[in-house]
Design a protein around this ligand. Sequence first.
Ligand code: BV8
Length: 233
Amino acid sequence: MADFNSIVILTGAGISAESGIDTFRDHGGLWEKHSIEDVATPQGFARDPDLVLGFYDARCAALANVEPNAAHIALAKLEREFADSLLLVTQNVDDLHERGGSINVCHMHGQLKSALCTSCETRSAWDAPLSSRPPCPVCQAPTLRPDVVWFGEAPYQMRRIEEAIMECDLFVSIGTSGAVYPAAGFVQQAKRLGARTLELNLEPSEGTPIFHEARHGPATQVVPQWVDELLAG
Ligand code: BV8
């Protein structure tokens, strides 16, 4: 088995790109078609809730047409070997890690298949449209919003993530541009605490110079290859 005892993996939109889910900042990405300010901030939601609910309803519905890819499946295989010595943190709001077999997934930016009630603050598993203002399953108020973390909102499970980063001896970043904080700062924290740091991405990202090692290529090639090497080590 590999000579690492505790691994933290951070994934971003790039790991789902080959499954057919648009990334954010690549050519043709989500932020070319929609302004972050309009659809991914609390202010945008207050200004035009129908626009925001429609944006997330469409992304949630699109999950029915995509499948996990070899990179998601390889990380699930790694989890089966490393069990609770591996924390998979994802910035993604899709469910492809879970459908690829990962069990212990930390969605720091929330999930499309969850709804948050702004009246009673309950989170409910949800994969139906929100634009029709359905009643909250708990308090019945028609005040469900996407359970995702918008810009200016606090990411979820930060304490759990920071504890795992303090423990880890390997930090791997997969398919992320390193443009959004606090996620983009994790590699610096891990490195400062003595962990080895590896980037697996289609091309160099903003954070590439920080990593000890970077391998560039499509996730469906570089991730299974890295997992097999690690498990054979
Ligand atoms: C916070 C929502 C405080 C769900 C997202 C001013 C005011 C307020 C805040 C700020 C400010 N200035 C800075 C900030 C902080 C802000 C921030 O970082 N802004 C940036 C733009 C500068 N961050 C926040 O507001 C965060 N909250 O700071 O609160 C706080 C902090 C700590 C503790 C308590 C409180 C909240 C950030 C979350 C925002 N929500 N999503 C949704 O709609 O999805 S962010 C959004 O960007 C997604 O979650 C996405 O995951 C994330 C990062 O993008 P990536 O995943 O990296 O995707 P991207 O397209 O950028 O890159 C894709 C990569 O894949 C590329 O590198 C590409 O090469 C690669 N790739 C492509 N194809 C492949 C591939 N790789 C491999 N194989 C392929 N085939």
